[in-house]
Design a protein around this ligand. Structure first.
Ligand SMILES: *Cc1c(COP(=O)(O)O)cnc(C)c1O
Length: 431
């Protein structure tokens, strides 16, 4: 299946029923799994045999859907988590412990920014944020001997900046650490970070993958390319015996499957943040049309971005599909078929005009969500990122007047008409 084109994997990947089995992936709504003899159960617990025993660690519905995402990304293994936040936390915590350090782009989702900047330090893991547009030298200067990974988002939420994956992969590898890329906004339909050297990919499946605003979820995919044993001193969790598993060493016992096996057997066992099988089923329904939907999201967003770009009441716009955009060359390289449906822009005038504009929208709704079928709008400074100071906002590349417009799957003519009437109603002075 992995050799097929993404559109085929979206529809059929992950679940290949045998004769007489259900065509659609079934929901294994069961916490436990039965075995005939206690010896086999013991082998499962020792990780000597693969199989299911308790849904806190793994479930067949989840694994079928995770396999589809792994095939889409071109990875060797994947796991579903209860949320995108859990995915990013597990992705980092699987290779870090107290006393370690990570480097992250500062242009990332607000929740991840808090996780890295506030919560990980409470666990003894420090993060240095870097401007991803800084020079190689400046970024390299953030690395320390105890740095364990480099992190960024393919297309940043909410700013819409495009991450130079290949450049960052080279910097990470020069320091003997993996590059973790949050590929939520691009999805593997539009970008596969492993092809550019990323080692681990994460997703908030809550966004385009689900696509209909129905199920919170996350996913971690491993490329299988990072050679943990070559940097064994940096990654003792993978390269030295795990006493909680009878002295088993993940990297030698599981090879390319080591990273996901450890995250499942150890982190899921102890921290328990698995996606419910019901949500995995809904996610799979979304994935079946991901390739069709992404194309429409991008087409609609391109039309609306071009309209906003040319309207004199719009102060600025960041959408990498516009030829005069700073990130257009990177988008041409990494996102040749389009990026995503999210547009960041600011109106002329003050905050009041921005709020009048948003409150005047009729078809387009104000919701704390992004990247689904229904077009929506959000003002990060007063909603998702309200816990950040103005300085942190600017550091994260978010202007206080930034409006995030997530373009959905409606008819673009109707969306444009709604935006036009709301701009009129906002009564913006064109200084
Ligand atoms: C939403 C989002 C997250 C967090 O995902 P949840 O599913 O809401 O926990 C992480 N990264 C990005 C880029 C996101 O857009």
């Amino acid at each position: 299946m992995g050799k097929n084109k993404p559109g085929t994997i979206c529809v059929q990947g992950g679940w290949q029923p045998k004769n007489g089995e259900p065509r659609q992936v079934p929901i294994y709504q069961s916490t436990t799994f039965k075995y005939d003899d206690s010896d086999q159960m013991a082998r499962l617990f020792d990780l000597k045999e693969s199989g299911y025993f308790y849904t806190r660690l793994a479930n067949p519905t989840n694994d079928a859907v995770a396999m589809k995402v792994a095939q889409l990304e071109g990875g060797v293994a994947a796991m579903l988590t209860s949320s995108g936040q859990a995915a990013n936390f597990f992705a980092v915590f699987n290779i870090c412990e107290a006393g370690d350090h990570i480097v992250s782009a500062n242009t990332i989702y607000g929740g991840t920014y808090n996780l890295f900047g506030v919560t990980l330090p409470k666990m003894g893991i420090e993060c240095t944020f870097v401007n991803p547009d800084a020079s190689d030298e400046e970024i390299k200067a953030a690395f320390r001997p105890n740095t364990k990974c480099l992190f960024g988002e393919t297309i940043s939420n909410p700013g819409g900046n495009v991450f130079d994956i290949e450049r960052f992969a080279n910097i990470a590898h020069a320091h003997g650490v993996p590059l973790i890329v949050d590929n939520t906004f691009a999805t593997p339909v539009n970008c596969r970070p492993f092809e550019w050297g990323a080692d681990i990919v994460t997703h908030s499946t809550t966004k385009y993958m689900d696509g209909h605003g129905t199920a919170v979820g996350g996913c971690i995919v491993d490329s299988g390319n990072f050679d943990w044993m070559a940097h064994a001193d940096k990654f003792p969790g993978l390269c030295t015996p795990d006493e909680s598993y009878h002295g088993l060493t993940y990297a030698t016992a599981f090879g390319k499957m080591a990273y996901i096996t450890k995250a499942t057997a150890q982190l899921m066992r102890d921290l328990g943040s698995i996606q419910s099988p019901q949500n995995a089923f809904l996610l799979n329904m979304g994935l079946e049309s991901l390739h069709v939907r992404m194309q429409r999201h991008c087409e609609n967003a391109q039309r609306i971005a071009e309209f906003l770009h040319d309207d004199p009441r719009v102060g600025w716009i960041n959408f990498a599909g516009l030829p005069d955009n700073k990130y257009y060359p990177l988008a041409q390289k990494y996102l040749p078929h389009g990026g995503c449906g999210v547009i960041a822009f600011g109106l002329k005038g003050s905050r009041e005009e921005a709020i009048r504009f948003m409150d005047s929208l009729k078809l387009i709704s104000i919701v704390t969500h992004v990247a689904d079928a229904k077009t929506c709008v959000l003002h990060p400074a007063s909603h998702t990122h309200r816990q950040l100071s103005d300085e942190q906002l600017r550091e994260a590349g978010i202007a206080p007047d930034l409006i995030r417009l997530s373009v959905g799957l409606e008819d673009a003519d109707d969306l444009l008409a709604d935006i036009r009437q709301a701009l009129d109603a906002a009564d913006i002075k064109q200084a």
